[in-house]
Design a protein around this ligand. Structure first.
Ligand SMILES: NC(=O)C1=CN([C@@H]2O[C@H](COP(=O)(O)OP(=O)(O)OC[C@H]3O[C@@H](n4cnc5c(N)ncnc54)[C@H](OP(=O)(O)O)[C@@H]3O)[C@@H](O)[C@H]2O)C=CC1
Ligand SMILES: CC(C)(CO)C(=O)C(=O)O
Length: 346
């Protein structure tokens, strides 16, 4: 172990999986998490990765934020979007002036991190592998998926090359992007489908494959693409998702993309999204609103209507507050907004 230590902040499904692989590869990894019994399990050598991709147990120094001391040059942040600002403020004293935080998250958290830590101390990342935290030290690594890194300005710096080499010890096909925001916006479109699927108990694959829901899929992605275009971003696809197909309304290419996304999501041990798991299993607030907040704010700034995304956030909020129950009725409610919108535009 002679490289710079790595701090994983948020050692749940994503942070725990990446950190465990790096630890197994011989890197000096320290873990931070709010969940005390999970921290104790990791510190006691009981961090288990299980599932179809890999099975092993490791461990390493692990602390709650309050118990951590020292400063680090390399931090991997993997908390949910609604915890990003709190985590950034808590980790700031542990980040060296010349260090960086890489956001292994869904959403546009890089913008929040840049505000709090300064843009030069932030590296972007996009992750689409599947994992679930099942209990202290117990993480299901359900499927491999795209892992992409990038400096916010796309530069090929020595630190991005070094981070790339590091993360290839997690997934050998990790790539560096010239425009990481294009990938993050790609995940926002794809993620809108995942969020809508979380209103039901359907698997992601069945939800995406349902012909009756196609107007909803088109409306969700259409709204995201409209905001991305206004923001000057051309989203990039991954793991079957082809945003260009949706952007140009190419029916055959959309069919192929939908089929490929469904196939990708059938080959996983995590058939439902993290948001569904928070709503249905863990019964706690999700980060759906926080992931979409900057997108909806940009839509408002550009005068773009997003009725379907607005209703999606509202319905997830209603489930979080216990006012609505997950079920197909909620997807049909959302579908009604989508078809009304498409009718008005026809
Ligand atoms: N899981 C997946 O398959 C995928 C997840 N993602 C994204 O990855 C990110 C991480 O998600 P995931 O790993 O699933 O989430 P998890 O809830 O499994 O892990 C996050 C961990 O961070 C802890 N935490 C929350 N706030 C803080 C804080 N301020 N300081 C330290 N620890 C904190 C959480 O504790 P507590 O539980 O108490 O909040 C939890 O243990 C999210 O942005 C998610 O959308 C992206 C692709 C796939
Ligand atoms: C479903 C998954 C793993 C992406 O494939 C995801 O991003 C999530 O659970 O939020």
């Amino acid at each position: 172990m002679h490289d710079d230590p790595i701090l994983v902040w948020g050692a749940g499904a994503i942070g725990g999986t990446i950190g465990a692989f790096l630890r197994r590869a011989g890197h000096d990894v320290t873990f931070v998490d709010l969940v005390e019994d999970h921290v104790a399990a990791i510190a006691g050598g009981g961090l288990t990765i299980r599932g179809p991709v890999a099975e092993f147990t490791t461990g390493g120094p692990a602390f709650t934020p309050a118990a951590l001391s020292g400063r680090f040059r390399r931090v991997i942040l993997a908390v949910k979007a609604h915890h990003t600002a709190d985590a950034a403020r808590a980790l700031a004293p542990h980040l060296t002036e010349d260090g960086y935080v890489v956001s292994a998250q869904n959403g546009l958290n890089e913008l929040v991190l840049a505000d709090i830590l300064g843009a030069s101390r932030v590296i972007g990342a996009f992750v689409n592998f599947g994992a679930d935290w099942h209990g202290p030290g117990d993480i299901l690594y359900a499927n491999r998926g795209a892992v992409v890194l990038g400096e916010l300005d796309g530069a090929r710096t020595p630190r991005i090359l070094a981070l790339h080499a590091l993360l290839r010890d997690f997934d050998a096909v990790t790539v560096i992007a010239d425009d990481i925001f294009a990938y993050l916006w790609g995940k926002i479109g794809y993620g809108a489908l995942l969020k809508a699927s979380a209103l039901t108990n359907e698997t992601i694959a069945d939800f995406i494959d349902a012909p009756a829901l196609r107007p909803l899929h088109l409306a969700l992605i259409g709204e995201v693409m409209a905001v991305a275009t206004a923001a000057g971003v051309r989203p990039i696809g991954f793991n079957g998702y082809d945003p260009d197909a949706f952007g140009r309304g190419d029916a055959a290419a959309i069919d192929a993309s939908i089929a490929a996304i469904a196939a990708f999501n059938r080959a996983t041990a995590k058939p439902r999204s993290g948001i569904w798991r928070d709503l249905a299993v863990r019964r706690r607030p999700t980060d759906a609103g926080a992931q979409l907040a900057p997108v909806l704010a940009m839509a408002r700034r550009h005068g773009i209507a997003t009725p379907v995304l607005d209703r999606l956030v509202a319905l997830i909020g209603a489930v979080e507050r216990g006012e609505r129950e997950i079920g197909m009725e909620l997807a049909e409610n959302l579908l009604g907004i989508a078809t009304a919108r498409q009718g008005a535009e026809a």
